[in-house]
Design a binder for this molecule. Structure first.
Ligand code: G1P
Length: 293
């Protein structure tokens, strides 16, 4: 059950970030100075993943170039003796084996995941949504994907990261119901995509990180359009859950939603405040402007 592959869907138009996303993918938007997608790939690498498939759409060239070598830039940094930056830039292209596939039409998350079938083959794999970052409070510093992999290996079942959301927000997410079998780990009995508040089995939302056994593809193959007339991953997960069981991890950490403007700005501020280079200056600036509000 060793998990060494990951799939990252990154084909959306990023309409909420136009015009910034007119010619660059939203996954390339920076959190301080690092594109969102680089954080997601680092989570994979830190979780033991060696091969990553990015499901991309049009205007995704920047992602490819970001993870490729850039000899001109390296030469320039070398000439200017910027050794630290040079090492950082080189490391990006050595992070993992990164593969690409183009999603032909945008038919929903379930459809995007289907593109991973040949790449994944007959192995369990991780799925990470490219517009979400998850911070962990784990004492050992294990990323959430690592924690999911360990649960998948232990129970030999698919597993999904869950986050408690306020009851008035359940309509925005896939929602899971289940029984807590040990602290933080649930045996699921229900999964429903974007339910009405009164129909939600709980307030535990699917948080953008999953580890699947390869059978998920069988369910996706037969999937029909669901909510919003899109192929919903959650619908196939619900079928798989009925046949094979599934687990959930109510993770200890924080979700950063990069898919909307306000949370994107908050994430940038939170990450910047923690940094030695810009943190102190930003703290001072925030205090100054807050005094005038
Ligand atoms: C997708 C999934 C949903 C999940 C959410 C997390 O929805 O379909 O189950 O809770 O991601 O961000 P989307 O945000 O793409 O509408």
């Amino acid at each position: 059950m060793k998990v060494r592959k990951a799939v990252i869907p990154a084909a959306g138009f990023g309409t909420r970030f136009l015009p910034a996303t007119k010619s660059q993918p939203k996954e390339m938007l920076p959190i301080v100075d690092t594109p969102v997608i680089q954080y997601v790939i680092k989570e994979c690498v830190d979780s033991g993943i060696t091969d990553i498939l990015l499901v991309i759409g049009k205007s995704k060239r920047a992602i490819e170039e970001h993870f490729d070598r850039n000899f001109e830039l390296e030469h320039e940094l070398e000439a200017k003796n910027k050794t630290e930056l040079l090492a950082e830039i080189r490391d990006i292209s050595n992070m993992a084996n990164i593969h690409f596939i183009w999603q032909k039409e945008l038919n929903g998350l379930g459809d995007a995941v289907k593109y991973g079938r040949t790449f994944v083959g007959d192995e369990p794999f991780a799925l990470l949504l490219g517009d979400t970052l998850l911070g962990t409070n784990d004492e050992l510093g294990r990323p959430i994907t690592r924690q999911l992999i360990e649960i998948c290996e232990r129970f030999e079942s698919s597993v999904v990261a869950l986050e408690s959301v306020p009851p008035d927000k359940v309509e925005r997410y896939g929602i899971a119901g289940g029984d807590e079998i040990e602290p933080g780990i649930l045996r699921l009995n229900q999964l429903v995509e974007k339910p009405k508040r009164e129909d939600a089995p709980s307030n535990l939302a699917i948080a953008g990180r999953y580890v699947f056994t390869p059978e998920i593809f069988t369910y996706l193959e037969d999937a029909q359009p669901g909510k919003n007339n899109e192929i919903q991953l959650t619908d196939s997960m619900a079928k798989m859950l009925t046949d094979r069981g599934m687990h959930g991890l109510r993770f200890d950490g924080k979700r950063y939603d990069i898919g909307n403007k306000l949370d994107f700005l908050k994430t940038n501020i939170e990450f910047a405040l923690k940094r030695d280079d810009v943190g102190p200056g930003l703290t001072k600036f925030i205090k100054e402007i807050a005094a005038d509000l």
